[in-house]
Design a protein around this ligand. Structure first.
Ligand code: NAD
Ligand code: ZN
Ligand code: ZN
Length: 389
C-alpha cells in the first residue's frame, strides 16, 4: 500500500510499504478514505518529538471503511468508522474512569519503558506518533490496523460526509475537552491563545458551554477571521500587546479562564520566546512555553488554566509564583477522545457544531508531503488539510 513515512526533520515521503494485517483478535483493518494533518504532526515534522524512526508511518486523524476484523472485534466489514487517535483498552483502571488517554494497556511491551524515566509512567498508545507512544503505524495511508477496535472507533450513519465527521478523531474532542477543562460558568470571559484547529473548536465549545465572551489571540489574519465568525473578539499579537489588550477588554480583572492552544512551537519575537528558541536549538531546552506563560500572567485571580497544547520536556521561567499567588488551577492532557465522541457526533448531526468551515484544502494522499510543507509554511492560508485516498 501507499503511506506517508517520516524520514527526519522536514522530510516526509510517500512510500510503498507492506499492507497491515490483523495481529490480535480485537483488531480491525480500515481502508482509509479521509485523513487530516494535525498541528501535532508539525511537532514531528520539525522533529521536536523524540523516539521517531525513519520509515514510521504518520497520521492520527483518519476514518474509513472496515475491511477486515479479528475474531473479537465488534465492527462489521463495510461499516464506516472514525477512529480516535488514542489507543485504549476500555477496561483498565484508567479506561474505567473514562481517562482513555491514560490507558495502561495501549503500548506493546517493548515500548513500555521509554517514557517511564522522563514522565514516571508509560504513555498511552497513539497512532503514528513516535515509539514512546507505541510505534503504531498511522492513518496517513491507504490501510491501517486499529487495535482495540471494539472500544475506539465510532460507526458513522449512512449519508453523513467524511468532511463533517473526520475531526471527531482528534481536534473536535480536543477543543471540547479544552473548554470543559476551563470550567466555564455562564457569563465568563475566556481567552484562547492560538486560532489553529484546536483553538477554533475550543472557541465554538466555550460559547456552547455558556461563555459570554471569548477573546482569541493569534497573528494570522485568516485564522483570526475564522474566530470572529464564531463570535470571538480578537487580538493580533503582532499589532497589540496581548496582556495590555486583555486588561483593557476585561476592565483590569483578566479573563476568568485561559486556554493555551499553541503548544511547544510558540511564534513571536518575545524575549522569553527567543531564549527558549536558542535553548531548543542548542539542545539545552525543549519547549517554547511563551503562550502558557502569558496565559498565566493574564488570567484573573482565582481563574482556570486549560492547556490542550502539547509539551514534551522540561521548562524554565515557568511563572510558578504568579500561578500560586493568584490561586490558579491547571488542567491538561492528551484528549480522552472515546469519552467525547458519541456526544459530539450528536452535536454535529444536530448542526450545533460546524466542522467543515475549517477545511481549507483537500488533496490526494499522494500529495501529503506537499500538504505538510503548506501546513507548516503557510499557516495563514492553510487552516486544515484533508487528504483523500
Ligand atoms: N491534547 C491533545 O490531545 C491535543 C490534540 C491535538 C492537538 N494538540 C495540540 O494543540 C496545539 C494546537 O494544535 P493545532 O492543530 O491547532 O495547531 P496549529 O499549529 O495549527 O495552531 C497553532 C496556532 O497557534 C498560533 N500561535 C503561535 N504562537 C502564538 C502566540 N505566541 N500567541 C498566540 N497564538 C500563537 C499559531 O499562529 C497557530 O495559528 C498543538 O500543540 C497540538 O499539538 C493537542
Ligand atoms: Zn491531531
Ligand atoms: Zn485501558
Amino acid at each position: 500500500m501507499r503511506a506517508l513515512t517520516w524520514h527526519g526533520k522536514h522530510d516526509v515521503r510517500m512510500d510503498t510499504v507492506p499492507d497491515p494485517e490483523i495481529v490480535n483478535p480485537r483488531d480491525a483493518v480500515i481502508k482509509v478514505t479521509s485523513t487530516a494533518i494535525c498541528g501535532s504532526d508539525l511537532h514531528l515534522y520539525d522533529h521536536y518529538i523524540p523516539t521517531m524512526q525513519a520509515g514510521d508511518i504518520l497520521g492520527h486523524e483518519f476514518m474509513g471503511e472496515v475491511v477486515e476484523v479479528g475474531s473479537r472485534s465488534t465492527l462489521k466489514k463495510g461499516q464506516r468508522v472514525v477512529v480516535p487517535f488514542t489507543i485504549s483498552c476500555g477496561s483498565c483502571y484508567h479506561c474505567n474512569k473514562h481517562q482513555y488517554s491514560a490507558c495502561a494497556n495501549g503500548l506493546p511491551a517493548d515500548n513500555q519503558d521509554i517514557a517511564r524515566q522522563p514522565y514516571g509512567h508509560e504513555m498511552a498508545g497513539l497512532f503514528g506518533y513516535s515509539h514512546m507512544t507505541g510505534g503504531y503505524a498511522g492513518g496517513q495511508a491507504e490501510y491501517v490496523r486499529v487495535p482495540f477496535s471494539d472500544v475506539g472507533p465510532i460507526v458513522i450513519p449512512d449519508g453523513v460526509s467524511d468532511d463533517k465527521v473526520l475531526f471527531l478523531s482528534d481536534i473536535l474532542p480536543t477543543g471540547w475537552q479544552a473548554a470543559e477543562y476551563a470550567e466555564i460558568e455562564p457569563g465568563d470571559t475566556v481567552a484562547v491563545w492560538g486560532c489553529g484547529p484546536v483553538g477554533l473548536f475550543a472557541i465554538q465549545s466555550a460559547f456552547l458551554m455558556g461563555a459570554e465572551r471569548v477573546i482569541a489571540i493569534d497573528h494570522f489574519p485568516n485564522r483570526l477571521a475564522l474566530a470572529k465568525r464564531f463570535g470571538a473578539e480578537t487580538i493580533n499579537f503582532e499589532e497589540s500587546a496581548t496582556y495590555d489588550a486583555l486588561m483593557t477588554m476585561t476592565g483590569g480583572i483578566g479573563p476568568d479562564a485561559v486556554i493555551d492552544a499553541v503548544g511547544l512551537e510558540a511564534h513571536g519575537l518575545f524575549f522569553d520566546n527567543v531564549i527558549d528558541q536558542i535553548k531548543a536549538s542548542t539542545f539545552l531546552g525543549t519547549d517554547r512555553i511563551h503562550a502558557l506563560r502569558q496565559a498565566i500572567i493574564a488570567c484573573r485571580k482565582g481563574g482556570r488554566v486549560s492547556m490542550p497544547a502539547v509539551y514534551g520536556g522540561f521548562v524554565d521561567k515557568f511563572p510558578l509564583g504568579a500561578f500560586m499567588e493568584k490561586g490558579l488551577t491547571l488542567k491538561t492532557g492528551q484528549t480522552h477522545v472515546q469519552h467525547y465522541m458519541p456526544g459530539l457526533l450528536n452535536a454535529i448531526m444536530e448542526d450545533k457544531i460546524d466542522t467543515e468551515f475549517l477545511i481549507s484544502h483537500r488533496m490526494p494522499l499522494e500529495d501529503a508531503p506537499k500538504g505538510y510543507k503548506m501546513f507548516h509554511d503557510e499557516q495563514n492560508e492553510t487552516t486544515k488539510i484533508v487528504l483523500k485516498t
